[in-house]
Design a protein around this ligand. Structure first.
Ligand SMILES: Nc1ncnc2c1ncn2[C@@H]1O[C@H](COP(=O)(O)OP(=O)(O)OP(=O)(O)O)[C@@H](O)[C@H]1O
Length: 266
């Protein structure tokens, strides 16, 4: 792993212009409970301000959890850091090989077999064909999909697809790991197994940014947290402090208990 892995953004903003918005009454930026501020441009187009003035600097070893209400901007921030979105204003400079793990289905083809999809998805996540071929048996074992791995992906159930995707994702060696929590569609038994692999994956990665609504998961995987609120960074501190400010003292106490347990196991 190189030591040049870093993420730097300066006053980065992401706006989504909405050309078919119906509302006539949105005269100026409006803050609802969920979602980013809605405003209008000079030419009267409605825009959602998903991220506003995001300035952050992450370096190798940082493990940041993102918390915040629905529509706060967590997923948009992950997409900005992955290069999927360009900042509308400001800058975002990301150095290092990025593995975006927020849409498990991306890079998968329904018409080809599970085995072939393992390779394709690995290439999408920045691995080489040779690296994936070396890992394929171990990934196949982990998924427990047996003969189905020879069948086209379209014959899989949702949970079976997630098993395959989780097998690939947790086998890679990312420099920058961008993780979204939407990985819940597997049965409890499998999730237990996946969680351990996920923790190992996080240890191997240079930088982790993880968006989650599960404080337990945050405490297990991260060492600091950022509260995203209506598209801005409201607070960046230790996990228990951020969770305490966002959700209250009971939630913070729960985080401290999980941190203590995770520390005991390490
Ligand atoms: N493609 C898009 N087009 C228009 N608006 C969008 C788009 N993607 C996100 N938004 C808006 O940007 C804001 C931030 O959304 P985002 O998905 O980043 O929130 P989030 O914090 O990940 O929410 P959640 O916890 O519900 O997943 C919301 O107001 C949402 O409506």
């Amino acid at each position: 792993m190189t030591s040049t892995v870093s993420i730097d953004t300066y006053q980065a903003c992401v706006d989504f212009p909405i050309f078919d918005a119906k509302s006539r009454s949105l005269k100026k930026a409006f803050l609802g409970k969920a979602g980013g501020a809605i405003g209008r441009t000079d030419s009267n187009t409605v825009v959602v301000e998903a991220l506003r003035d995001i300035t952050l600097s992450l370096k190798e070893g940082d493990r940041i959890g993102l918390v915040g209400h629905n529509g706060a901007g967590k997923s948009t921030l992950l997409r900005l850091l992955s290069g999927i979105y360009e900042p509308t204003r400001g800058s975002a400079v990301v150095r290092g090989r990025v593995a975006p793990v927020f849409d498990l289905g991306v890079g998968m083809d329904p018409e080809i077999s599970g085995f072939e999809n393992i390779i394709i998805r690995g290439l999408f996540l920045g691995m080489t064909r040779k690296q994936m071929q070396a890992k394929i048996d171990e990934i196949a074992d982990f998924t427990e999909l047996g003969e189905y791995l020879h069948m086209p992906l379209r014959t899989y159930s949702t949970g079976m697809r997630v098993r395959l995707a989780m097998g690939v994702v947790t086998s890679i060696d990312p420099e920058i790991l961008l993780l979204d929590e939407g990985i819940g569609a597997v049965d409890a038994e499998f999730m237990k197994k996946a969680r351990i692999r996920l923790q190992e994956l996080v240890k191997r990665s240079g930088i982790l940014v993880f968006a989650s609504h599960s404080n337990e998961f945050l405490a297990q995987l991260c060492d600091s947290a950022m509260w995203i609120d209506h598209g801005t960074i409201r607070m960046h501190s230790s996990i228990d402090e951020v969770v305490g400010a966002y959700e209250g003292p009971d939630a913070a106490a729960h985080v401290r208990r999980v941190l203590a347990e995770t520390g005991d196991r390490a």
